[in-house]
Design a binder for this molecule. Sequence first.
Ligand code: ADP
Ligand code: MG
Length: 256
Amino acid sequence: MSGIVIDNLRKAFAPTSVLSDISLEIADGEFLTLLGPSGCGKSTLLRILAGLEVQSGGSITIGDRVVDGVRPKQRDVAMVFQSYALYPHMTVAQNMALPLRMRRLSAWQRLPLLGRFMPRTTAMVAEIERDVTRTAKALGIGHLLARKPGQLSGGQRQRVAVGRAMVREPAVFLMDEPLSNLDAKLRVQMRAEIKELHHRLGVTFVYVTHDQAEAMTMSDRVAVMLDGELLQVAPPQEIYADPDDRRVAEFIGSPK
Ligand code: ADP
Ligand code: MG
């Protein structure tokens, strides 16, 4: 069970308030999208959920655990960034194994794909290689495991970033504009792939975008953000048909 409860969350980068009094409940297994223009505070909110940034006030519960003060690796979440954040000197296999290595680490051993990168216990290494290979195949990048990020296309890099999050088998996926560096055609294709992933895994997704089409086609619910506030949280069709507020209507471009 890994729903999320965000309670009266605030964040200031002194002296500027960036998030003011955000409260939101995200159901276990829901695909919720934070939608809003650049600078409205989406990434800051996601980074606080991931534990990469500390809130100024309020509280976050993931599953049945209050995670305030809990470090990123101890949270049952995985984050996919806009910039992919892959290590250029590591292969795809090594990039994907990194979260597992951190979790199951001890010493190292030389193996075909992962080299000296992996813990020494052969069974453990084999298990990690198997997990990485299976995930890569599921994402259509099984043939790319020995390459470095510089030898991949944008779409392939994006799949590696998703794969690296997947191998952790998190209860919550956090995705910060993961498609914004892709061309339009690939972006549409990847939307469907991420939705497929959501259906297959059945875990909670918190997805960030400034792209309305993405938000409307992918989400169970959309949370419209502006200037550090949540203006409306509702299913996509409701946001379109019945915007709560003139600012939502203006942002969505619907007639209210
Ligand atoms: P979004 O992801 O919606 O574009 P961000 O969460 O990145 O918005 O940023 C929200 C606001 O917080 C912006 O005004 C940004 O300049 C500011 N901000 C973000 N991170 C920092 C930081 N580390 N220090 C100071 N200001 C920041
Ligand atoms: Mg951002």
